[in-house]
Design a protein around this ligand. Structure first.
Ligand SMILES: C[S@@+](CC[C@H](N)C(=O)[O-])C[C@H]1O[C@@H](n2cnc3c(N)ncnc32)[C@H](O)[C@@H]1O
Length: 268
């Protein structure tokens, strides 16, 4: 029998990228080839079919861009520490594990209860039940050797600007010198949520609008790199089907929601 889910409103949104990755894995031109996502969708009792539209493949493109940021970090620091803040049912650790890194996946308790049904801690992989906005997890992460890469994918968007700015400043103080990757969305993307088929299927809405990630430098963080679906890293673009690349180049230039949805890398 499939597992029922009992998730808060924002937490439920983790099922959107999960389904996106499962659908991608079933495609002949899969980008992430995340077979585990297929197993998880099968294992969970939920009406995934209600999720439709371009945001499903968008979550795959986004994951591919963030994967490459982490790969770059691991090429330079194979023994480094990666922390995925608001991991949901992401399989990024399993996609990128180089046999040496240290990895923490963090999420709030209802999500972690679900996650722990399918994943187990190991000597290099630890799940933490905590909020990105709390500080009780800082010491576990800071106790590791080597440089740290923090990542928060499709999480901060769901919170208001004051909370986001506050957490960015606190992370910047505590993890000075580390890298932090997260996504930002412009006003048009935020305004179009009610007409986006995936958001019509869930109650949660994104709250934080940030049209220009560079403006966040006033919080004491430095923008190192910023990508849209129209401007992925070269190696990532090569892994996308030609049709996707072509479409995203066009949309990235002319469609404001795509042009202003950014995957960013900051130095704290
Ligand atoms: C759209 S999902 C993204 C999940 C995952 N990052 C991915 O891309 O597949 C949003 C995630 O934010 C998590 N979340 C909600 N509130 C959080 C908090 N205060 N701290 C950390 N994560 C939180 C949810 O549990 C959920 O996993």
């Amino acid at each position: 029998m499939a597992d029922s889910v009992d998730l808060g409103e924002i937490q439920e949104t983790l099922l959107i990228p999960l389904y996106g990755r499962a659908k991608d894995a079933q495609s002949e031109t899969s980008i992430l080839n995340d077979r585990t996502a297929i197993d998880l969708v099968d294992a969970i009792d939920y009406d995934f079919g209600k999720f439709r539209g371009p945001s499903l493949s968008g979550s795959v493109l986004r994951a591919a861009i963030f994967d490459e940021y982490v790969r770059d970090f691991l090429r330079a620091h194979p023994d480094g520490t990666v922390v995925d803040l608001g991991c949901g049912l992401s399989t990024r650790f399993h996609r990128l594990d180089n046999g040496r890194l240290r990895w923490f996946d963090l999420d709030v308790s209802d999500t972690m209860t679900l996650r722990r049904k399918y994943f187990e801690d190991t000597d290099r992989y630890t799940m933490i039940t905590a909020s990105i906005f709390d500080e009780d997890w800082y010491s576990a992460v800071a106790a590791t050797d080597g440089p740290i890469f923090l990542l928060s994918e499709a999480v901060l968007l769901y919170f208001d600007q004051a909370r986001v700015h506050d957490v960015l400043q606190r992370l910047s103080h505590r993890f000075a010198g580390s890298l932090l990757a997260f996504d930002t969305g412009g006003a048009l993307m935020m305004r179009s949520q009610d007409s986006n088929p995936v958001f019509r299927a869930v109650p949660a809405r994104m709250l934080w609008t940030c049209g220009d990630p560079q403006s966040l430098e006033s919080l004491g963080i430095r923008l190192v790199d910023s990508r849209t679906f129209g401007t992925p890293q070269t190696s990532v673009a090569r892994s996308w089907p030609a049709k996707t690349r072509f479409l995203m180049t066009g949309l990235g230039r002319f469609a404001p929601p795509v042009r202003t949805y950014k995957m960013n890398l900051f130095e704290l």
